[in-house]
Design a protein around this ligand. Sequence first.
Ligand code: SAM
Length: 345
Amino acid sequence: MPVLRGTPDASTRPDRPELIDRFGRVATDLRVSLTDRCNLRCTYCMPAEGLDWLPTSEVLSDDELVRLLRVAVTELGVTDVRFTGGEPLLRRGLEDVISATAALSPRPKISMTTNGLSLAKRATTLVEAGLNRVNVSLDTLDRTRFHELTRRDRLHDVFEGMAAARAAGLDPVKINSVLLRGVNEDEAVPLLRYAVEHGYQLRFIEQMPLDPQHGWDRANMVTAAEILASLKTEFELTPEPAARGGAPAERWLVDGGPAVVGVIASVTRPFCAACDRTRLTADGQLRNCLFSQSETDLRAPLRAGATDQEIADLWRATMWAKAAGHGINDVGFSQPDRPMSAIGG
Ligand code: SAM
């Protein structure tokens, strides 16, 4: 299905500055993809040869990006900025983008989702620039399996990256794991044991229909229920009393705590009613949902001299048009054209 572009209709929108939608939600959490490129080739995310990368001229420059971040934070009430990709550590000038974001007022919380490969070298400078939190993606603890799954023999770099992140003061270091049938579905318990032993906070994410090969199969995905059943064979899990808010993960105390484990059940237990996210792709396209079939182009107006006010209004209109839910479980659901790596996971 082609991506729909244009300015969404906001004629019924109340005149309020923040990013409200028709269902009473307010978006305060901005996910920013810094690049669509990655240095891993996880089989469920990217083909071995990579994808057709965005031409450099289409990717927002640092100045363009920081201007949009300023509009988001100072005009639209965004309080949390998460940098992702592709692999955000591949973005030249990442530290500069982070420090410019940290200089905004009110200062947003700044986090990053990364594969961790060069985190060992960069953790300290990233923290000095203003990074507050990090999520590292890690699906297996087995070197051979990691090599097969990511098509790169770099497991050791991920371990070192996580240790460096914690040594640099990032706390908690979160681990994101996707379990795949017949690949690593047997690793729920070892991954949690590893996370607990090292003081990292683990979250399992259900696989979503966002792969470029369009190979996702509901019947074959490892569900949250299966993951929890597997964990309960080894650990006592009790629901965490703290309110979940807009957080995607349902969390459990592990063996009475303080360790916790999260499960993000986007498919089997969607949390769209509490979604507080807005998304910007590396080429300056705004999305109100991971699964949106439409995008609003901010790059063209930005480059044509739009005012901050005009950009803010486009952003507001885009979020006003956000659907009630992602629709994965609806008859007739169709996957967005952009894969996860090009939207920003
Ligand atoms: N390169 C960074 C990283 O590895 O964390 C950021 C981008 S990556 C796309 C972000 C996260 O999305 C990773 O944890 C990855 O496992 C997850 N992911 C990729 N495809 C997915 C899918 N179809 N369903 C659920 N999670 C997915």
